[in-house]
Design a binder for this molecule. Structure first.
Ligand SMILES: [Zn+2]
Length: 168
């Protein structure tokens, strides 16, 4: 097995165990028994206390984890569950919808931590940032050119239509 594939598997299994994707020893989130608020459940810790790996690189870093991984997997689960129930049982529509939507909501609440951890693993595999000194590719952090100034407004004087001569 090549080192890259071995590294990918290591990151994947560390993420499945909600462990730091870099060192694999410390947790990414507050342990369940120590949770005091919703934020403790949903938000990852600032970084790994052992290796210093920063879990959240920037504000909104985990948006893609939520929209793509968590909602994506939840949607696939919901679609699969819908077709399974539709083909095997004759359920009324409200019962069918409740049987699909409620488990998906529960799954997404359970899976949100894993979605973020898997996103961390993916990002660390494709774009590692061991020492976050601002030299991690730096896309988009350069100075931007000022927007071009708008073209000067030249007043246009339309010729005033002459009044037709009054007929006497
Ligand atoms: Zn670590």
């Amino acid at each position: 097995m090549s080192p890259q594939i071995r590294r990918a598997f290591a990151y994947f299994f560390r993420a499945c165990r909600l462990r730091c994707v870099e060192c694999g020893t410390k947790p990414i989130f507050t342990p369940l028994l120590k949770i005091r608020s919703l934020r403790d459940y949903f938000a990852p810790l600032d970084g790994c206390p052992r290796c210093g790996y920063a879990y959240e690189r920037e504000t909104g870093y985990f948006l893609l984890a939520i929209w793509a991984i968590n909602y994506g997997v939840g949607s696939l689960l919901g679609i699969s569950l819908y077709f399974y129930l539709e083909w095997n049982y004759r359920l009324d529509l409200p019962v069918l919808l409740a049987s699909v939507v409620l488990p998906v909501i529960g799954f997404n609440l359970f899976f949100v931590r894993h979605a973020k951890a898997l996103f961390l693993a993916l990002d660390h595999y494709f774009d590692p940032h061991l020492n976050d000194d601002g030299s991690n590719g730096g896309g988009g952090s350069g100075k931007q050119n000022p927007p071009p100034s708008p073209a000067p407004i030249v007043p246009q004087t339309a010729p005033v239509p002459s009044e037709p001569a009054a007929l006497v």
